[in-house]
Design a protein around this ligand. Structure first.
Ligand code: NDP
Length: 476
């Protein structure tokens, strides 16, 4: 890949727009890409192009639509290392993490490509003689996708693939910090034969491009992943014009550790969930809620696990954690650590380079402290005490968010009680709060999600389609 890639918009099959804004590597500020900046006019062109292409794309048999995704998967597979290296350069995660993420995008394309062959409705008995009743899933039309920087290729893939195989056309606005990964994903689709106009990209600012996309009357639906504040704003804009909206937003995910758990194993799970991906995952372990019998041992083991993580350039061998993505995010992390130091104890959390930050373990805070309640989105785990399982469940649920929740225990009864009572879209027993299978419905409750349509797995197709019932009399 060239050192400096030009990232343009894609409209009607043409790469357009003069690249204007530079994206630099969060590790060392070396230049990565120059990006075209769109506005409402460019959004208008993109939506018109998507609308023109939609009927022809929807008229293709679903297996033929799926075949394009399957071919794109193979192309992305052949480019995996280069695409992953660019992802590291623009976002900062380690190469191993980026390879895994690109692999996820490939598998998502394969999964939804294959779903082109799946039955897409059902045949129902009719109360009327000589009548057959069946349902069809119809595409919505043009859908808008707005995506964050932290999984810059996987999230666009898991929104785009179900949209496309269902017969929709797409306008995507990637996060400003990470447009190169979307460029690579869509390039694979284009090179696999995706017709012009079926996917359109408009780069630029969320407050300009994203806003125009949400407000556009020809955009039937908007699927958004990002912060709760922006998501709730988008909900208002899209619903005001009666559009369909799907929001996956922030989290304050907790891992409960009970006395009967192995403290060392639990600490490894917490570290994987809280410090992997530099803590910049919506499913990251942000709180560890620990019962008294194992508390001291757990804190010691987690602190040791944090101290053992080597920081550096995500592309370098042996690096366990890359930089924080941006100065803004680093500022948020440092402010949280400052607050935590003022009211409790912090182990780690020192800066080690331009945007390198040692993972931090925070103790001595109340459950109501802002560091224990607000999303940090950095490598910071707050350890909080709970007297027993029920108190731990109350503490988990004492959150505005409800994305993932985990528990470490050897007791099946405790695990099941936890799974039944906890307010979270995903529950993990003896597994990190991060890490999802692509075939399993994913989404949150409370302020983590619009909690209407789930993403991922075959369930994801529901958001991108509507159901039509057909009564077929055959006695004319
Ligand atoms: P933001 O909410 O800041 O941005 C998300 C996207 O929305 C970006 O493309 C952004 O553009 C765009 N945007 C910003 N303002 C508007 C607007 N007014 N109208 C339309 N679009 C707009 O989130 P981040 O990118 O900072 O991502 C981190 C957040 O994402 C965290 O809160 C995290 O928890 C959440 N997240 C949730 C996941 C989930 O599945 N629940 C998964 C991953 C992340 P721009 O880049 O130009 O600002």
């Amino acid at each position: 890949m060239a050192d400096m890639t030009l990232v343009r918009h894609l409209i009607g099959g043409e790469w357009v727009g003069d690249p204007a804004v530079e994206r630099r590597n969060p590790f060392d500020d070396s230049p990565v890409a120059v990006i075209a900046q769109g506005d409402a006019v460019v959004v208008d062109q993109a939506v018109a192009s998507a609308a023109d292409a939609q009927r022809g794309w929807a008229d293709r048999p679903a297996p033929a639509r799926g075949a394009v995704l399957l071919d794109a998967a193979e192309l992305l597979r052949s480019r995996q290392r280069d695409v992953a290296a660019d992802l590291v350069r623009e976002e900062g995660k380690t190469l191993a993490e980026a390879m895994g993420e690109v692999r996820r995008a490939i598998d998502v394309l394969r999964f939804f490509g294959s779903l082109g062959w799946r039955p897409s409705g059902e045949v129902l008995p009719s109360g009327t003689p000589s009548t057959m009743v069946y349902t069809r899933r119809e595409p919505l039309g043009v859908v808008g996708l707005i995506t964050p920087w932290n999984f810059p290729i996987a999230i666009p893939a898991w929104k785009m693939a179900p949209a496309l195989v269902s017969g929709n056309t797409v306008v995507i606005k990637p996060a400003e910090l990470t447009p190169l990964s979307v460029h690579h994903l869509v390039s694979a689709l284009v090179d696999a034969g995706l017709p012009a106009g079926v996917v359109n990209i408009v780069n630029g600012q969320g407050s300009v491009v994203g806003e125009a996309l949400c407000a556009h009357r020809d955009v039937a639906a908007v699927s958004f992943t990002g912060s709760t504040a922006v998501g709730e704003h988008i909900r208002g804009v899209v619903q005001a014009r009666r559009g369909r909206v799907q929001l996956e937003m922030g989290g304050k995910n907790a891992l409960v550790v009970l006395d009967d758990a192995d403290a060392m194993v639990a600490a490894q799970l917490a570290a994987a969930g809280g410090f992997g991906l530099t803590g910049q995952a919506c499913t990251a372990t942000s709180r560890a809620i620990v019962t008294p019998g194992v508390y001291e041992e757990f804190v010691a083991a987690l602190t040791a696990a944090a101290a053992a993580i080597s920081l550096g350039d995500g592309l370098a061998d042996g690096v366990g954690m890359g930089p924080v993505v941006s100065d803004d995010q680093l500022d948020t992390d440092l402010k949280a650590l400052q607050q935590a130091r003022a009211d409790g104890t912090v182990s780690g959390g020192e800066r080690a380079g331009v945007r390198l930050l040692h993972p931090a373990v925070v103790t001595g805070l109340d459950h109501d402290h802002p560091v224990a309640t607000d999303e940090v989105f950095g490598p910071v785990i707050t350890v909080l005490p709970a007297a027993n399982l029920n108190e731990a469940i109350d503490a988990v649920n004492h959150s505005a968010y409800g994305l993932t929740a985990g528990i470490c225990t050897r007791s099946l009864a405790s695990a099941q009680h936890f799974a039944n009572r906890v307010q979270a879209g995903v529950v993990k027993v003896n597994r990190p709060t991060t890490g999802l299978d692509l075939n399993v419905p994913f989404g949150g409750v409370k302020q983590s999600s619009s909690n209407t349509f789930r993403e991922q797995g075959a369930t994801a197709l529901d958001f991108y389609t509507w159901s039509k019932s057909v009564y077929l009399g055959h006695d004319l």
